[in-house]
Design a protein around this ligand. Structure first.
Ligand code: SAH
Ligand code: SF4
Ligand code: F3S
Length: 484
């Protein structure tokens, strides 16, 4: 169950930035993941493909767990599956197109295998609801992100020849008591979902509509999950949420209250050999308390994903991000003050948002010069139906202009990524080994605290080891070195 995940990107090479997006971590990507086979001799076979962000990848593990108890093993082969589920993403138009294309392929397959059941989960299911069944005639099942507990009952319904839909959003559901089947895992690193939904209403973003209201998961269940992972041999956990810094949980009697900094500290204290990461931080919410907590614990990785979206205050206001450029710059200074230059910072940027001028685009580039991001996910603006921006603002930057601005952002980021990686050369980095290098079985691949990928000759080291590696060279995406 802890086989490596089949993924279309490479762990040890950050994907080449494409004019739509780059890939990695808690941010949506062009990546698709097929959950690997469980093979425990259960009667029916589930094939599940996940799109979008880490939240979806993590939800697919919950879905697999629910269906495992219903007699489903997962399979890596579409052929031979009884049930195919696509866990979908709506973040940009292209993400939805990808899923539509995949559905038409699967429908071809279904024509040859009429018994096959096809379901759509996740954000597109939530956005389109029963419309999906009208638009995609061969889909049997549509289930939104808060309704996965209902899957067994819905599957009975489709087994009986009916179509089934449940897209109810919840104010409470966190799946706290469900132990995920760790499909998306190398046995070393795992994701723990600490909250769901989002209340921020950034004007460009569909997530508040597809994921519902923000809610924080019971702190004790989070700690328990992390402890169980340690016992199972895991060495790193990433705490996941759209906006982890607004995590807030209180016990029912109100005597215990936990904010994000406190949760982070509790997880860090479980075991000094367990690395802790988190994503995503909203610039409006990241506090000095969080930064001081990071500074206090060696095992909290020195890496912050702090999406700016734009470097211009007028555009940020239109985006409803609720911070302006001076605020963002102050947060970056706080990171440098409390954690020093060694803390990596990454961002998401959107080029060509409604009414963005050439000067305002230049402000995004100048913010990048100010921060020198280690890494970035970069997108051009894609209008999403129903969002504030779609209703109130005009999507008036022509596509070629959006793409050209995005390319300028990508080019600058490439320079900065290379620069940051060059700064790592000549230093010793503590690397957690996650896998063999994709290019050679003689090399291992892992990441340092700053989330930089480091490749080095294997020697006697193994997956799960912490290895001190002297880095001798670096490209924009990878560092190469030798164990010392
Ligand atoms: N909660 C995270 C972001 C989640 S969505 C945060 O607030 O930072 C991930 C990224 O997708 C966003 O940061 C944004 O850069 C991008 N994105 C979201 N909606 C988009 C849209 N309509 N067009 C282009 N990019 C978008
Ligand atoms: Fe979307 Fe904004 Fe929420 Fe992030 S914080 S998920 S960008 S609405
Ligand atoms: Fe994630 Fe895409 Fe939904 S980014 S939250 S799967 S819209």
């Amino acid at each position: 169950m802890s086989q490596p995940l089949i993924t279309l990107d490479f762990l040890d090479t950050l994907p080449t930035p494409s004019p739509d997006a780059t890939t990695h971590e808690a941010t949506p990507s062009g990546e698709v993941r097929v959950s690997p086979a469980t093979e425990t001799g259960r009667k029916r076979k589930l094939y599940i493909e996940s799109y979008g962000c880490q939240m979806n990848f993590s939800d697919s593990e919950i879905v697999s767990s629910i269906l495992f108890d219903e007699g489903f093993d997962t399979t890596e082969q579409l052929e031979g599956a009884d049930l195919v589920l696509l866990n979908t993403c709506s973040i940009r138009e292209k993400a939805e197109q990808t899923v539509r294309m995949r559905l038409s392929q699967i429908n071809g397959h279904k024509k040859r295998n009429p018994g096959l059941l096809v379901g759509v989960l996740g954000c597109m299911a939530e956005r389109l609801k029963s419309k999906f069944l009208e638009e995609e005639k061969l889909v049997d099942l549509v289930v939104g992100p808060d309704a996965y507990r209902d899957l067994p009952q819905l599957i009975q319904q489709i087994d009986g020849g009916q179509k089934a839909v449940n897209v109810l959003l919840s104010r409470e559901e966190t799946y706290a008591d469900i132990t995920p089947v760790r499909l998306n895992s190398n046995g070393i690193t795992a994701f723990i979902s600490i909250m769901r939904g989002c209340d921020n209403m950034c004007s460009f973003c569909v997530v508040p509509f597809t994921r519902g209201r923000e809610r924080s998961r019971d702190a004790h269940s989070i700690i328990r999950e992390a402890q169980d992972l340690v016992v199972a041999g895991y060495k790193e956990v990433t705490l996941l949420g759209q906006n982890v810094d607004s995590y807030k949980w209180a016990s029912e009697d109100g005597t215990e209250q936990v904010n994000f900094a406190q949760l982070l500290e509790r997880v860090a204290l479980i075991n000094p050999a367990l690395r802790v990461r988190f994503s995503t931080s909203h610039p409006k919410d990241i506090t000095d308390e969080v930064l001081h907590t990071m500074a206090r614990h060696e095992n909290i990785c020195k890496y912050i994903h702090l999406p700016a979206q734009s470097g211009n205050s007028r555009v940020l206001a239109l985006m409803n991000r609720t911070y302006d450029r001076p605020w963002y710059e102050e947060r970056v200074r706080a990171i440098r003050r409390i954690l020093g230059n060694d803390c990596a910072i990454s961002t998401d940027m959107i080029s060509g948002f409604c009414s963005e001028t050439e000067e305002e685009h230049q402000d995004t580039l100048s913010l990048m010069e100010f921060v020198h991001y280690d890494m970035a996910y970069m997108f051009f603006y894609s209008e999403r139906p129903g969002t504030l921006a779609a209703r109130k603002l005009e999507d008036d930057v022509p596509l070629p202009v959006k793409k050209r601005r995005l390319q300028e952002v990508i080019d600058l980021q490439q320079q900065h990524s290379r620069l940051r990686n060059q700064q790592a050369v000549g230093k010793v980095h503590r690397v957690l080994v996650e896998n063999f290098s994709k290019r050679s079985q003689e090399h291992l691949s892992g990441r340092n605290s700053q989330n930089q990928v480091v490749i080095f000759p294997k020697k006697h080291y193994q997956k799960g080891d912490y290895v001190d590696v002297l880095v001798h060279s670096g490209s924009a995406s990878t560092l190469l070195g030798e164990a010392v």
